[in-house]
Write a protein that binds this ligand. Structure first.
Ligand SMILES: *Cc1c(COP(=O)(O)O)cnc(C)c1O
Length: 388
């Protein structure tokens, strides 16, 4: 075990078969006409860009979405052959030229971005590969109707400097039925704006508006490309999306497999007497003589402080409660019911340890964090390794 940890106090393992299963499932559901863009922002939802991108590439993904320039460069370096990479957000001005030289695509979410892209394309004599983003009601990013008209005229005047790779928008919460009418309004607005674009003879290669939830709840939102994040990693965007999917199925099993596991080991064991407090402060009082295990992971690695006195870990296949507050580098678990537990034993924080499993969703229910947030907080310093 110690060796597996690569001298770190914990390790993240990625299950290649699970990833392969998820890619195959999504490809089958989306059909051959829809491109799947793997969303690998936030260090590939905590999985690790450098580890996950080669796996996606191997299993047939050929389009990637990121939030920032930095992430785009990491994806670019992790690919064995050039594939489309799409930046949905942040590009510092000084890196715009590098983005274009590398052929990286990017969102034009306001006119400033269009002007800076044009200036850079002229200066470098390169084409800007852009995705025009429409503001359809989320009120976050995107061109409104007037701005789109301006953008169209600029693009038409400078055709040699632009390749319109996409026309897109983002739906504000497709994973929840309570947003249904808002989403339908957004789709309608998008189609109207698309009509304006096409009436001006600008035909984007990809029309795209769907994330994981939309791709399942609103099949018409799939269009040419879907931007899939959470489901590729084996999670449903929300319980509602999962329920809606299995409702139509005879077999109620989850077709997705979790890719990520997070493991550590017992660092020390202690006996604590009745009436003693455990860890900082007075949040945990031993009500009987207990046996505790110290585990070298804490909030600095992404184990949320909100799991203090709430979280569970697996030791010898049994659920053990986290007692006391989560520290920066350590947590304490109650192993009174696992008398055979000893220093060096494997501790599963996320994942399976036969016959039990700790899912990120269980983890996040108890701390009111979304899957997304728990995953995104997993520290980049944790060693990640692929299991084939
Ligand atoms: C994160 C993101 C996605 C992917 O969302 P999932 O729910 O993880 O599938 C798609 N589009 C945009 C613009 C995003 O920011």
């Amino acid at each position: 075990m110690t060796q597996d940890l690569f001298n770190g106090s914990s390790i993240i393992t990625l299950d290649e078969k699970a990833l392969q299963n998820n890619v195959a499932f999504l490809k089958k559901k989306m059909g051959p006409k829809v491109t799947i863009s793997a969303v690998v922002k936030a260090n590939a939802y905590g999985h690790g860009i450098e580890q996950i991108v080669p796996l996606f590439e191997k299993h047939g993904i050929n389009h990637y979405s990121v939030f920032s320039y930095r992430e785009a460069v990491r994806v670019y370096s992790s690919l064995s052959e050039p594939q489309p990479i799409m930046i949905m957000g942040w590009i510092p001005d000084e890196h715009m030229a590098d983005v274009m030289r590398k052929g990286i695509e990017f969102y034009v979410f306001n006119l400033e971005r269009l002007y800076s892209a044009l200036a850079c394309a002229k200066q470098c004599n390169l084409k800007a590969r852009i995705h025009l983003e429409a503001e359809t009601g989320m009120n976050r990013t995107g061109l409104n109707t007037d701005e789109l008209a301006t953008a169209i005229s600029i693009i038409k005047e400078n055709e040699e400097f632009f390749d319109v790779a996409g026309f897109c928008t983002h739906l504000a919460g497709a994973e929840s039925i309570s947003n249904h009418s808002r989403i339908l309004k957004q789709i309608k607005k998008y189609k109207k704006m698309l009509g304006v674009l096409e009436a001006n003879d600008i035909v984007p290669k990809y029309r795209h508006i769907a994330n994981s939830a939309a791709a399942f709840i609103y099949p018409s939102s799939r269009m040419d490309l879907v931007r899939i994040g959470i489901m590729l990693y084996g999670f449903w965007s929300s319980i509602e999306v999962f329920v809606q999917y299995v409702n139509h199925k005879k077999n109620k099993l989850d077709p997705l497999d979790r890719v990520l596991s997070w493991k550590s080991q017992i660092m020390s064991i202690k006996e604590v007497k009745t009436g003693e407090f455990v860890s900082y402060g007075i949040s945990y009082l031993a009500q009987s003589d207990i046996r505790t295990a110290l585990i070298p992971i804490g909030y600095s690695l992404g184990y949320s402080r909100s799991l203090s006195n709430k979280g569970m870990v697996l030791i010898q296949g049994q659920f053990c409660s986290v007692i006391g507050v989560v520290n920066m580098n350590m947590v304490i678990a109650d192993v009174t019911n696992v008398p055979e537990a000893e220093v060096g034993d494997e501790v599963v924080i996320i994942g399976k340890q036969s016959p039990s499993e700790i899912k990120v969703s269980a983890f996040s229910d108890s701390s009111n964090l979304l899957n997304y947030e728990v995953l995104a907080h997993l520290s980049e310093t944790i060693h990640r390794t692929v299991i084939s």
